[in-house]
Design a protein around this ligand. Structure first.
Ligand code: UT7
Length: 333
């Protein structure tokens, strides 16, 4: 009997502190107009006290469990996608087993930046269909705000990123009609590593971090925004069309498309390339900024809870980010 993977529940959590573009104008030389025009972002959430990615993930996971009608002990494995883990090591997935009171549960941290959800979903799907685990908790969670250069020097990057967490519980489905991951596609190209990276601390350097490097701001994210924009606008639609083709579908079959929330202008370019009408794409970057691995699961949870995505509908997701990495997937919800 064929086994498929379906979405059993979703949840998200964002910190309460709202940081508007006007708030950023007080920290650096920027304007609300510049930020909105270039990125579509109006506000984002930043933590206001010591809070790790796993702390944001806990309430998101609990909401996903509640929707799925499950308890934490029903989870067989955790996949935690983040580029901003609580600590350098151990991974935030390990911390989740304590947060949820499920010691012994296997926990895998993955480092695929903005494409973390698609990579994680592909792993969950393979585990479930191979019979390794029955129920997998995926988490995408980021605390960017403590790692941003909020001076004018870092303004191109720091206005974009926000903190938040999204959770999705994947489980077994016995018919494709009842819900299924229909196809997944992921890729990476390290030739572009330096176009979006945090260079320090780095184990390849002796010592890993220096005062001089910090003075130069090399412990903050650096981005070649134009290159990221250009490659994302090309790779994303390509990945979505390929993922649709892998399961015999076309853009016309997509009821809802959720792009990674990198920049509203990238989402608009992708929408145009795919020829999707406004009512079949969902964006929330205006409210949260770019939350990297959390962005698709946060948007997915909003769509499930506000009725934009209903059981039986076809969902497509697409992601692109640092690495470069990219991915796309097609899901019958
Ligand atoms: O998940 C992937 C995450 N990354 C992305 O999605 C980024 C994709 N790229 C972008 O979204 C855009 O490249 C940015 C929004 C980051 C930048 O927009 P841009 O149109 O490519 O601007 P630019 O970097 O070419 O800079 C244009 C000007 C520069 O000033 P000069 O040299 O023309 O005087 C910048 O210094 O805008 C200036 N600038 C700013 N001005 C006000 C850069 N950041 C800011 C800012 N506020 N925050």
């Amino acid at each position: 009997m064929a086994v498929y993977t379906k979405i059993l529940g979703t949840g998200h959590y964002v910190p309460e502190r709202v940081v508007t573009n006007a708030d950023l104008e007080k920290l650096m030389d920027t304007t609300d107009e510049w930020i909105q025009q270039r990125t579509g972002i109006q506000e984002r959430r930043w933590i206001d006290k010591d809070t790790g990615a796993s702390d944001l993930a806990k309430p998101a996971a609990l909401k996903a469990l509640e929707m799925a009608g499950l308890q934490a002990k029903d989870i067989d494995a955790i996949i935690f996608a983040t580029l901003s883990p609580d600590y350098n090591f151990p991974g935030s997935g390990c911390l989740m087993t304590e947060h949820l009171g499920i010691p012994g549960t296997p926990a895998l941290d993955i480092r695929n930046q903005c494409s973390g959800f698609v990579y994680g979903m592909q792993i969950a799907d393979a585990w479930i269909r191979a019979g390794v685990y029955e129920r997998v908790l995926f988490i995408g969670a980021e605390v960017h705000s403590t790692g941003l250069d909020v001076s004018t020097r870092g303004r191109d990057v720091s206005v974009i990123f926000g903190d938040g967490a999204g959770a999705v519980i994947f489980g077994k489905s016995e018919s494709a009609e009842d819900g299924a991951i229909l196809s997944t596609l992921v890729g990476a190209d390290g030739a572009y590593a330096k176009d979006l990276m945090v260079e320090m601390p780095a184990s390849r350097q002796i010592p890993r971090i220096t005062k001089e490097g910090m003075d130069e701001g090399r412990h903050f994210p650096k981005m070649n925004g134009r290159e990221v924009f250009k490659v994302a606008a090309r790779k994303l639609p390509e990945a979505v069309v390929t993922a649709l083709g892998k399961c015999g579908k076309t853009v016309a079959d997509v009821d809802l498309f959720i792009p990674h929330q990198a920049n509203l202008r990238i989402s608009e370019a992708v929408q145009k390339a795919l020829g999707l009408p406004d009512d079949r794409i969902y964006n929330n970057i205006m409210r949260y900024g770019n939350t990297t691995a959390a962005s698709i699961p946060i948007a997915l949870d909003e769509c499930v809870r506000n009725g934009k995505l209903k059981r039986g509908q076809t969902l497509a997701v697409g992601a692109f980010g640092a690495g470069f990495t990219w991915g796309a997937a097609v899901i019958r919800f």
